[in-house]
Design a protein around this ligand. Structure first.
Ligand SMILES: Cc1cc2nc3c(=O)[nH]c(=O)nc-3n(C[C@H](O)[C@H](O)[C@H](O)COP(=O)(O)O)c2cc1C
Length: 166
C-alpha cells in the first residue's frame, strides 16, 4: 500500500518552506504520497506513515511553533519514523566550533524526538522579507543578504529520508 508522508515546517521569511517543498518532491519521487504543510496549520499526524519536520533558526533556536508541534505530537512521533531539518545562516562551516553551535540549535529537541535522520541546511537572508524589528537585528549584526541553499544537497537528503521510510 502507498505510504503517506507529511513534510511540515516553520518559517518566517519563506526560505524554509521552499526547502520543505523540495524535500517533499524528492520523497514523492520514491512513490510516496506527500503533503507539505506549514506547522502553524497544526497538521494531524493521523494517517501518515512518516514525518519530516523542519524549522528556521531565529536567535539560536528553532521557531517556537515547531517546538510546540513536537511537544503536542509526542505520542504520534514515537510511533512513526521522523526526520528533522534545520535552516540557518551562521555556523555553516565544517569545523568543530560550527558543528557544536549547529548542534546547539537542536539540543532542546532531544527529549522530544528521536529522528531517523537530521540535517542542517544553509538558508537565505532576504532583508526585504523581514519585519522591521528583525531587519533592525540584521543591520546591527551587519548581516548581508545571501542565499546559501544547496539544492543538490537538499534533494539528496530528501531522497535518503525516503529510503529510511520505506
Ligand atoms: C532576526 C534573525 C535572526 C536569526 N538568527 C539566526 C541564528 O541565531 N543562527 C543562524 O544560524 N541563523 C539565524 N538567522 C538566519 C535564518 O535562520 C535564515 O535566514 C533562514 O533561512 C530563515 O528561514 P525562513 O526564510 O524560513 O524564515 C536569523 C535570521 C534573522 C532574520
Amino acid at each position: 500500500m502507498t505510504k503517506h508522508i507529511l513534510v511540515t515546517y516553520a518559517t518566517r521569511a519563506g526560505s524554509t518552506g521552499e526547502i520543505a517543498e523540495s524535500i517533499g518532491q524528492s520523497i514523492a519521487a520514491h512513490g510516496f504520497v506527500v503533503d507539505v504543510t506549514p506547522v502553524r496549520e497544526k497538521p494531524t499526524l493521523e494517517g501518515y506513515d512518516g514525518v519530516v519536520i523542519g524549522s528556521a533558526v531565529r536567535m539560536g533556536q528553532w521557531l517556537p511553533e515547531a517546538v510546540e508541534y513536537l511537544k503536542a505530537n509526542q505520542a504520534a512521533l514515537k510511533a512513526m519514523p521522523a526526520a528533522i531539518f534545520t535552516v540557518h545562516i551562521l555556523n555553516l562551516a565544517d569545523d568543530q566550533t560550527s558543528q557544536d553551535y549547529r548542534e546547539g540549535y537542536i539540543a532542546p529537541l532531544k527529549p522530544l524526538i528521536q529522528p531517523v535522520d537530521t540535517a542542517f541546511f544553509g538558508g537565505k537572508l532576504d532583508t526585504k522579507r523581514l519585519k522591521f524589528a528583525e531587519r533592525l537585528i540584521t543591520k546591527l549584526v551587519k548581516a548581508v543578504d545571501s542565499d546559501n541553499r544547496d539544492w543538490d544537497r537538499i534533494r539528496g537528503w530528501g531522497s535518503g529520508v525516503a529510503d529510511k521510510m520505506e
